[in-house]
Design a protein around this ligand. Structure first.
Ligand code: 6R9
Length: 644
């Protein structure tokens, strides 16, 4: 049975798209009818992009966890909500039924309550990919606490900054996390992050790796003890109950930090109702989900993709979501294919960087793996090159599984531009068409709509969205003005995505990449300013400039030009700089290449000409362009001839 809001044919897509533009309020209120409300809305939408203010389903009351769990219990109580595959394939797997998920989430909610967590409090979650991470996220949502999940690859310093920005009072973490053959000492990192912290009252520690940890009296407590105690409170005579907090449609659900072009990550805030509706709607339509298909999204819950398409979207749709703790290449490069075979995965959603990396191992890891269960493939996070697309199509999808190339962002919370699997056509390396309810607009530098195609018949410009969709960013935590200047001020009246785009005559979109100073490294957003700040922390560094360059596997690599005046050995210093970045931001932001220079190409007003540095990093030293406006044009020659 299709979902009431499921679009199942091209004609229907066209019709629904038209309706969604002509009468968005009617369109979205019909979608919203499929959810469980404690009270219906007074008004579907109120908005302006000037402040900005966007309110969907104002006056409505709900709890997202009742939609993700409780309402499925009658029909699907004993069916799998989450299937968990551990890092080590030899370890026992876990199948979490909807009933079990309900119980665990109620326990977490009770545990949080027992520790004084209230609606609106910020809870930072720093855990590996264990089912308890999903319980923690949903447990927060159950009581209306605002979760802020931090990816396990971020350093103590990054966590400290985020804790401070969110004024978090509670942390949920693990002793450690398994990633391939490594054990990441998560609690240790948290301890470092808490040096000097004044807001955090409690740290709840889940045992995963049995890594020795320090436990501070009055602050640190064990998850297991607390959950046992909570179990007695929520379960009476075999009946599990924990009343879900009544949330306003626009109450914040979570904060997720993401990099922008400034040095400081932004706490993107999403609200309860709009987020729930859009993630479920996009999940069902893009992947054409049908129960009991098994959906395997390979992202980490520390990123928006994991939030929306491992946890909330699939569960709101009553789906079976597969969660994987490990990495694609351990114990060998056949790990994903093993999982697909083992659980008869139907939908596989991964990143181009993973595809490119696995492509490098050739067809051998695919041998003896039965991938015939796969019906739909997806990609997200960065542009997919045609070679990777075709490899995915031929070797994984066996040319019978539609590939959805899904474009979206932390700020959009859900997929905005993508083909709908098997419903609208795919086009290699094109995200194709907007979902019904999404109104993109292509503008030039001055904000005018691009109406003239180039000689190849393509429209080229910056991607904006001109009308709100339910899960649009509401604010940046603690600083609404930042939200306005970042997203709504470049082109007044429009939401600006920061992406460059091409559009063909049929209305298909191809995302070409960021047009701001944000890099996309292995599908992870990294601000160049953040990396520069981190490099500049190294004692011998005077100044630095960071740009991206094309990288075969990562999509983009990080190239750092560094003015270094120290006396230490150059090679050692490069390693020290890398270590410094790892300490300040995390291993994900380590530069791939460092070049020492005596100066940077700057304009007379002191602005670094990154355009030139990008060209040199790309190895394009002939076509540097005009350098006459530079303070010292000679520096360009020096940099061109320098070595990494
Ligand atoms: C979901 C996610 C967002 C940025 C975005 C764009 C790039 C994402 C893409 C894509 C081309 C796709 N991006 N999906 N580029 N094709 N299908 O990745 O969120 O981490 O916030 O990154 O990623 O540049 O602006 P986030």
């Amino acid at each position: 049975m299709p979902y009431p809001f499921q679009i199942t044919s091209l004609e229907e897509y066209q019709l629904r798209y038209k309706q969604s533009v002509e009468n968005p309020e009617k369109f979205w209120s019909e979608v919203a009818e499929s959810f469980l409300w404690k009270k219906k809305w007074d008004k579907v939408l109120e908005w302006n992009f000037t402040e900005p203010k966007v309110e969907w389903f104002k006056g409505a009351k709900l709890n997202i966890t009742e939609n993700c769990i409780d309402r499925h219990l009658a029909e699907k109580g004993d069916l799998p909500a989450i299937i968990w595959e551990p890092n080590n394939p030899e370890e026992r797997t876990r199948v979490v039924t909807y009933n079990r998920l309900h119980k665990r989430v109620c326990q977490v909610a009770q545990m949080l309550k027992n520790n004084g967590v209230k609606k609106g409090d910020r809870v930072c979650i720093y855990m590996g990919m264990v089912p308890e991470l999903a319980y923690a996220v949903l447990g927060c949502a159950r009581i209306g606490a605002i979760h802020s999940v931090i990816f396990g690859g971020f350093s103590a310093q990054s966590i400290a900054d985020r804790l401070e920005d969110a004024k978090a009072e509670y942390i949920i973490t693990c002793d450690g996390a398994y990633r391939g053959e490594k054990v990441i000492p998560l609690k240790d990192v948290i301890d470092d992050a808490l040096v000097g912290n004044k807001t955090v009252k409690r740290v709840i520690v889940f045992t995963r790796t049995r890594t020795p940890v320090s436990m501070i009296k009055g602050r640190d407590i064990w998850w297991e003890d607390e959950m046992l105690y909570a179990e007695e409170q929520v379960e009476k005579n075999g009946v599990v109950k924990f009343d879900a907090e009544e949330m306003d449609a626009e109450d914040p659900l979570f904060i997720l930090y993401t990099s922008g072009s400034t040095g400081k990550p932004k706490g993107v805030v999403h609200s309860c109702a709009g987020y729930m509706i859009f993630t479920a709607y996009s999940f069902v339509n893009v992947f054409q989900y049908q129960f009991p298909q098994v959906h395997f999204c390979t992202a980490d819950i520390g990123w928006i993709t994991g939030h929306s398409y491992i946890v909330y979207g699939p569960l709101a749709a009553g789906a079976t979501s597969l969660m994987f703790e490990g990495i694609p290449t351990w114990p060998d490069a056949g790990r994903f294919w093993n999982i697909v075979d083992k659980y008869k995965v139907n939908i596989l959603y991964t990143a181009p960087t993973a595809i490119r990396s696995l492509m490098g191992f050739g067809e051998a890891p695919l041998k003896d793996k039965d991938l015939s269960s796969l019906q739909i493939l997806g990609t997200v996070g960065e542009p997919i090159n045609e070679e990777a697309w075709h490899w995915y199509d031929e070797n994984i999808g066996k040319k019978k599984s539609p590939i959805v190339d899904t474009w979206w962002q932390t700020e959009t919370a859900g997929i905005l531009i993508s083909n709908l699997a098997g419903v609208t056509p795919s086009k290699p390396s094109w995200a194709t068409l907007p979902l019904p309810g999404v109104q993109p607009l292509l503008v030039d530098e001055s904000g005018q709509e691009v109406t003239e195609p180039d000689e190849e018949g393509l429209y080229k410009g910056n991607l904006c969205i001109k009308f709100p969709w339910p899960s649009i960013i509401r604010t940046t935590y603690g600083d609404h003005e930042r939200c306005r200047t970042n997203y709504f001020a470049t082109y007044p009246g429009l939401y600006f995505t920061g992406d460059g785009v091409l559009k063909d005559k049929d209305g298909n979109y191809r995302i070409t990449g960021r047009v701001d100073d944000v890099l996309n490294v292995s599908g992870h957003r990294i601000g160049t300013a953040e990396v520069e700040n981190a490099i500049n922390m190294h004692s011998g560094v005077v100044e630095s400039a960071v740009v991206g360059y094309p990288h075969d596997i990562k999509g983009q690599g990080i190239y750092a030009y560094v003015i270094y005046t120290g006396t230490h050995d150059a090679e050692l210093t490069k390693r020290d700089i890398t270590m410094t970045v790892s300490r300040i931001i995390g291993p994900i932001a380590k530069p791939d290449k460092i070049q020492f220079v005596s100066g940077l190409p700057k304009t007379r007003s002191g602005k670094i000409m990154r355009r030139i540095l990008r060209k040199i990093a790309e190895g394009e030293t002939k076509n540097i362009g005009d350098t006459t406006s530079l303070l010292d044009p000679n520096i360009v020659e020096e940099i061109k001839n320098g070595k990494v």
